[in-house]
Design a protein around this ligand. Structure first.
Ligand code: PMM
Length: 296
């Protein structure tokens, strides 16, 4: 597919425009996320972790109460809210800009009332018909991720002819729906949904062609942190994937690459390292830094 190279859009109405890729730190208030499973399940631990990420300098905190790891079953809405609301309230009081990672309008509404300022819907409006009307009404930035169905059986949907073209087309369709439902286009952020109904090969193909997603005209957020495709790449001689907690260096390498290629934000666990990485990516080729370093 021939798509003209487009300048990545970094502007989101309602959020400050940065001169580098933004860093979104992950706060999973879940007992079973694949990447940090259970470490921050207690509200107190989740709040402390969020504060640590803020001290490290993240731009946004993404707070979620439902795991989306492959095979995961749904959590009732009441339980999702019970997990995240006290965490959002406490971190919003500290001045954090919080996004709520949820597929449910009811949960998003409660989270926004508690202080969340961004909705991160991994289903891109498909899991709950009330989500788009809610986001339109709340007038908050909306992260619309590529998704083909719930985690319980999403791996069976990882079937593509041309993954980049299909993800691009499906995202364009979802944007049309979201805008048709009243969400302002300048509040929509796109996300390729690495690992969601995708094999490792699909993930690599997508991170290699971010320019084609940028050509849709919206800022792009990428969530590579500790995901399976990195574990596979780094498998030992026995073929066993590298365990999730040992994928941070690879995550940071990829963060640097996607930041250099114009990603608007990265969603990561190892936030302090990612902040250094996005600063490096922004400095390369920036004459202000070359001069400061006494360059020619
Ligand atoms: N990945 C996970 C959860 N939420 N949200 C967005 N927008 N993009 C992602 O790639 C994404 C997400 C799963 O990872 P986790 O278990 O580490 O939170």
């Amino acid at each position: 597919m021939a798509v003209l190279a487009t300048r990545p859009n970094r502007r989101v109405t309602g959020l400050a425009e940065l001169d580098r890729c933004a860093v979104m730190g992950v706060v999973n208030v879940t007992p079973d996320s694949f990447s940090d499973g259970g470490r921050y399940f207690e509200p107190r631990a989740a709040i402390a972790h969020g504060l640590e990420l803020l001290t490290a300098g993240v731009d946004y905190l993404d707070v979620g109460g439902e795991s989306t790891r492959p095979g995961a079953l749904r959590v009732p809405a009441e339980e999702e809210m019970r997990r995240i609301v006290p965490v959002i309230e406490a971190l919003a009081r500290e001045g954090a800009i919080i996004s709520v990672d949820t597929m449910r309008a009811q949960v998003a509404r409660r989270a926004v009332a508690a202080g969340a300022r961004i909705v991160n819907d991994v289903s891109g409006g498909q899991a709950d018909p009330e989500m788009i009307p809610f986001v339109a009404e709340a007038q908050v930035p909306y992260i619309l991720m590529h998704w083909r169905g719930h985690s319980v059986d999403m791996n069976s949907r990882a079937v593509y002819g041309d993954v980049v073209a299909e993800v691009r087309r499906e995202l364009a369709e979802r944007v049309e729906r979201a805008v048709g439902g009243g969400i302002a286009p300048d509040r929509i952020i796109l996300d390729p949904g690495l690992g969601f109904a995708k094999t490792a090969a699909h993930d690599w193909e997508l991170v290699g062609h971010l320019d084609e997603l940028h050509s849709l005209g919206h800022p792009v957020l990428v969530g590579p942190s500790r995901k399976r495709f990195l574990g596979r790449l780094l498998a030992g001689p026995d073929g066993e994937p590298r365990p999730a907690p040992e994928r941070d260096v690879a995550t940071i390498a990829l963060v640097t690459l996607v930041a250099a290629r114009g990603a608007w934000a990265v969603r990561v666990h190892a936030a302090a390292e990612a902040i250094d990485a996005v600063r490096v990516a922004a400095a390369v080729g920036d004459p202000r830094y070359a001069k400061r370093a006494g360059g020619r």
